[in-house]
Design a protein around this ligand. Structure first.
Ligand SMILES: [Zn+2]
Length: 136
């Protein structure tokens, strides 16, 4: 279910045991913050599995911010359904492999492994209904 929050009013509110509204907020500093509750649940599952903090490098994006970071035109980040995540000490492939077990036949998983010009990799996960997989 898509929920709308205020960064200023609800920023410290927990959407699951380890995730607050502020962690999903758009990096441009805007309000409100849209978060699909099933995305928060998915990230919590990943957090519990690895027993380490899951860092959200990009959650909800406004259209303007999505354009400024070169996001896809209909990026799932625009709908509060996507998060780009990292877990300290866990390789991209291992993180993506666990996400696969959480999203069988559904959702989006994008692998962004480290490469020249990208020191640290990340995994994109989203809760769209149709299955989508890619490497970026
Ligand atoms: Zn993403």
């Amino acid at each position: 279910m898509l929920e709308a929050w205020s960064r200023t009013r609800d920023g410290t509110r927990k959407l699951s045991a380890n995730f607050t509204v502020a962690e999903f907020a758009c990096k441009d500093g805007s309000d409100p913050v849209f978060v699909d509750s099933s995305l928060a649940a998915l990230l919590q599952k990943i957090r519990d599995h690895f027993g380490r903090p899951v860092v959200i490098t990009s959650g909800y994006r406004t259209a303007a911010h999505n354009r400024s970071v070169g996001g896809a035109a209909y990026s799932q980040h625009l709908y509060g359904r996507a998060a780009d995540i990292r877990v300290q000490g866990i390789p991209v492939e291992q993180l993506a492999a666990y996400a696969e077990t959480c999203l069988p036949g559904t959702g989006g998983i994008g692998r962004y492994p480290p490469r020249a010009g990208r020191a640290v990799g990340w995994v994109h996960v989203d809760t769209r209904p149709a299955k989508s997989r890619w490497t970026g």
